[in-house]
Design a protein around this ligand. Structure first.
Ligand code: ATP
Ligand code: MG
Length: 281
């Protein structure tokens, strides 16, 4: 099982969209995928339609009990794709966590439950775009951190400062037995006016200077309306935009490239050829 946490110290960069679409693609490839919504604003929880009646529990129970039971997992309408929903609209969970000495490790510990280990190949955790104990717990639960970054110089600077702060805050946790995974930055929402190569080179250089703690993926996710449209239709973007004319690669191509880069053993694996109908279509 491999666990990814999608994280950024900046809000609105595309974390939820990236988590949902990566999860949707991996599930369609045939992996058993568990999404976890660790944002108090439950965008990921609403991304895909759930099947059947909603179970009684969600992330609160997982964190408070330090365990994932089957009741905490909701099935989506899509095969191989389940979710632990965010069920804390008042934001009590971060406060609860703050008072716990093991706050950094509770989610990590919970993901060792048989209900996760025996049933899933991949866990994808979405986080809120703000520093806090839930974000820390989500970061420490992952094998790999994935961080979308918009290719603008100001965002890149903020990425560097925010990320360094995050890494410096959490790296001491290694001493307590939770090693912080490597961080992979994804150039995200690149439009035609930005030169992502220059920004990517800048990020690489900055982080090499800082002991190479962050690498930048080769795959670039373009700015494209397909990502918004797919969210409205509540379907994974690869099944919404399979082909595209012009220089920008289709969402189908981009999401496969991203999945293969993040999980190299999947290289060449493709989703089946049947396009999905949007549930709202
Ligand atoms: N590749 C893309 N191209 C164009 N628009 C995109 C793309 N990816 C996401 N968006 C849009 O950008 C907006 C922000 O995306 P998203 O909600 O995923 O960000 P977020 O980082 O999860 O935000 P928050 O910090 O509030 O949780 C949404 O309206 C989404 O539809
Ligand atoms: Mg979000």
């Amino acid at each position: 099982m491999i666990k990814f946490t999608v994280i950024s110290t900046k809000g609105g960069v595309g974390k939820t969209t990236l988590t949902a679409n990566l999860g949707g693609l991996l599930a369609d490839i045939g992996l058993r995928v568990l999404l976890i919504d660790a944002d108090v604003q439950p965008s990921l929880s609403k991304y895909y339609p759930l099947s059947g009646s909603k179970p009684a529990a969600g992330l609160t129970e997982v964190i408070v009990r330090g365990e994932v039971s089957a009741e905490c997992i909701s099935a989506t309408l899509y095969q191989n794709l389940d979710i632990i929903v965010s069920d804390d609209p008042e934001g009590n969970l971060p406060h609860w966590l703050l008072n716990r000495i093991d706050r950094g490790f509770r989610l990590r510990m919970a993901l060792n439950s048989p209900a996760v280990i025996d049933s899933y190949d991949c866990v994808l955790i979405d986080t809120q775009g703000a520093v806090g104990p839930l974000q820390d717990a989500a970061a420490l639960a992952a094998d790999i951190l994935v961080s979308p970054i918009t290719p603008e110089i100001l965002s890149a600077r903020e990425f560097k400062d925010g990320t360094m702060e995050l890494l410096e805050r959490l790296e001491p946790s290694s001493a307590l037995g939770a090693t912080l995974g490597p961080m992979k930055a994804v150039i995200y929402r690149q439009d035609r006016t930005t030169d992502a190569r220059i920004i990517a080179a800048g990020i690489r250089e900055d982080f090499i200077k800082l002991k190479g703690r962050v690498s930048v993926l080769d795959t670039i996710v373009p700015h494209a309306k397909a990502y918004k449209e797919a969210a409205t239709l509540r379907i994974p973007v690869h099944s919404h935009e399979r082909k595209r004319d012009g220089p920008t690669p289709s969402a189908y191509t981009v999401m496969h490239a991203l999945a293969w880069e993040l999980i190299p053993s999947l290289e060449g694996a493709l989703v089946d050829a049947v396009p999905r109908r949007g549930v709202l279509a």
